[in-house]
Design a protein around this ligand. Structure first.
Ligand SMILES: NC(=O)C1=CN([C@@H]2O[C@H](COP(=O)(O)OP(=O)(O)OC[C@H]3O[C@@H](n4cnc5c(N)ncnc54)[C@H](OP(=O)(O)O)[C@@H]3O)[C@@H](O)[C@H]2O)C=CC1
Ligand SMILES: O=C(O)[C@@H]1CCC=N1
Length: 280
């Protein structure tokens, strides 16, 4: 990508890592027709069946050769587990071009570590999206190192805006963003599992319990989005004194629900810091 271009249908994207987050990002990018599938290259460590699956599902190119992946890409996206990042980056030493934009979605790992492992001082954007990328509803925290040009920051922002919303943040904010919105979909799915299970246990069909749960979460999320009321006020509007909601909330309080959720978010953020700290 030249210094002055932004993201276009012709931009060539290379993904190193082919797991859950890459599948979600590919689904969102291709649904939006942001980039042509034949301009997207995906490589992993060894799982050929997984590469074939992505190639067949999305029409992207499975790439067995990392050197070819880097050479063919304008933007290289690092998407392996933190523990695999040092080896993966070191294997790219001498391959990444000095002005080639590298985007990392790896939890906890700093841009400084990535630079060090790649052996470059080049442009690196560190991000934290989530798997709702697949339906265009990720929220991505994004932070750029000193070498990222305005055009490159624009291209990275455009990429993640195509699959959700973007917040440009300082790098040290990315760990709490990881705990809140990177891991966040899992907390909501956990809640959904419990709500659906309760409905089914009480005699509803699984299918109806699922629909009631999903529509309730969707409606509440839309209310949070569109209402000017704070979440606490929205909650109070559901809660009739002495009624059913109050009875339910009292049970949640007896299990310290708010404390549990707060602790979960903060522990996940701490875990992101731990994952990165071992390399600092
Ligand atoms: N899942 C999520 O919700 C989110 C994940 N992330 C971050 O994204 C990253 C990937 O997560 P996720 O997709 O869940 O993980 P997965 O375990 O699903 O996928 C990891 C991928 O990395 C590949 N890989 C491992 N080592 C190397 C290597 N040396 N060179 C090339 N590829 C390699 C694996 O290949 P193989 O199978 O062949 O070993 C696999 O394709 C993590 O750092 C995570 O923190 C960020 C936001 C959300
Ligand atoms: O669980 C993880 O470590 C990754 C980071 C955010 C979501 N999944």
């Amino acid at each position: 990508m030249s210094e002055h271009s932004t993201l276009s249908f012709d931009t060539r994207l290379g993904f190193l890592g082919a797991g859950s987050i890459v599948e979600a990002m590919l689904a969102g990018i291709l649904k939006n027709e942001l980039i042509a599938p034949e301009r997207i290259f995906v490589a992993n460590r060894s799982d050929q069946a997984r590469l074939r699956h992505l190639a067949e599902t999305f029409g992207v190119n499975a790439c067995e050769d990392k050197a070819a992946l880097v050479e063919q890409s304008d933007i290289l996206i690092l998407a392996m587990k933190p523990k695999d990042a040092p080896d993966a980056c070191r294997s790219l030493r001498g391959l990444v071009r000095p002005d080639q934009l590298v985007i990392s979605v790896v939890a906890g790992v700093s841009t400084a570590c990535i630079s060090d492992w790649l052996g470059t001082n080049g442009p690196i954007v560190r991000t934290m999206p989530n798997t709702s990328s697949a339906v265009g509803l990720s929220v991505t925290g994004l932070s750029a190192n000193h070498a990222v040009s305005e055009q490159q920051l624009g291209a990275a922002t455009a990429l993640f805006e195509a699959i959700g919303s973007v917040h440009i943040v300082s790098e040290d904010e990315l760990d709490i963003i990881t705990g809140l919105s990177g891991s966040g979909p899992a907390y909501v799915y956990y809640l959904a599992e419990a709500m659906e299970g309760a409905g089914a246990k009480a005699g509803l069909s699984r299918e109806m319990a699922r629909q009631l749960t999903v529509q309730t979460l969707l409606g509440a999320a839309q209310m949070l989005l569109h209402s000017s009321d704070e979440p606490a006020l929205l909650r109070k509007k559901v809660t009739s004194p002495g009624g059913t909601t109050q009875a339910g909330l009292e049970v949640l309080d007896s299990y310290r629900f708010q404390h549990a959720v707060t602790s979960a978010v903060l522990r996940a953020a701490e875990r992101a810091r731990e994952l990165g700290a071992q390399y600092r």
